[in-house]
Design a protein around this ligand. Structure first.
Ligand SMILES: [Zn+2]
Length: 192
């Protein structure tokens, strides 16, 4: 049973990595979620809860600048007690919060000015799919660096991940794949 417990209001949110140590039961299962009421507002709500001992605190807070709402739970899915929705999402919420905290530490981050300044390495994954045309088989062989039959087998059985490439190269490969109507994904998310 979930019990509101004021001892959790002391949580120093915005530092460290979630889940954090619970001041009540000692387990590493403290989670945090905030909700900004509107984009321009600093008013919002905060939940701090322990998924082990089921203590929680729900309060109104001033939302810090670095916070972005977790978009898988809109205001209609948020209730005072974590047992409704938010505790079920705790792993994803932890990831979300940790990401926001990490980015906060890293800011200000300069965006690369052009595709050639982007030092990120991107990976294209050709998703599992049937290769039905000769054109596709040829490109597949070229990208997988093997003969057509092997390339077709690989892609049809489990897809194929290409070597990490800088943005400038990725944009060329991406164009070719699009042109031949391949189904593929680029990670980290392709920006250009
Ligand atoms: Zn606890």
């Amino acid at each position: 049973m979930w019990i509101d417990d004021d001892r959790l209001t002391q949580e120093d949110f915005g530092i460290g990595t979630y889940p954090k140590k619970c001041p009540i039961c000692g387990k590493d299962s403290i989670h945090l979620l905030m909700y900004r009421h509107s984009e321009m507002s600093t008013n919002g709500a905060c939940w701090i809860w322990c998924s082990s001992c089921e203590k929680y605190s729900h309060m109104n807070v001033t939302i810090p600048d670095w916070w972005d709402n977790y978009n898988r739970l809109g205001s209609d899915k948020l209730f005072a007690s974590p047992e409704h929705n938010i505790d079920d999402e705790r792993e994803n919420i932890d990831k979300w919060v940790n990401k926001l905290i990490n980015e906060k530490v890293d800011t200000p981050k300069e965006e690369p000015k052009s595709i050639n300044d982007d030092k990120t390495l991107y990976v294209i994954k050709i998703n599992t799919q049937k290769i039905l045309t000769e054109e596709k088989a040829e490109l597949a062989a070229q990208l997988c660096r093997c003969d057509k039959e092997q390339a077709i087998n690989m892609i049809e059985n489990h897809g194929f991940e290409l070597y990490p490439m800088p943005a400038a190269d990725i944009s060329l490969v991406k164009k070719e794949l699009e042109c031949k109507k391949f189904n593929f994904t680029v990670s980290p998310e392709y920006k250009w």
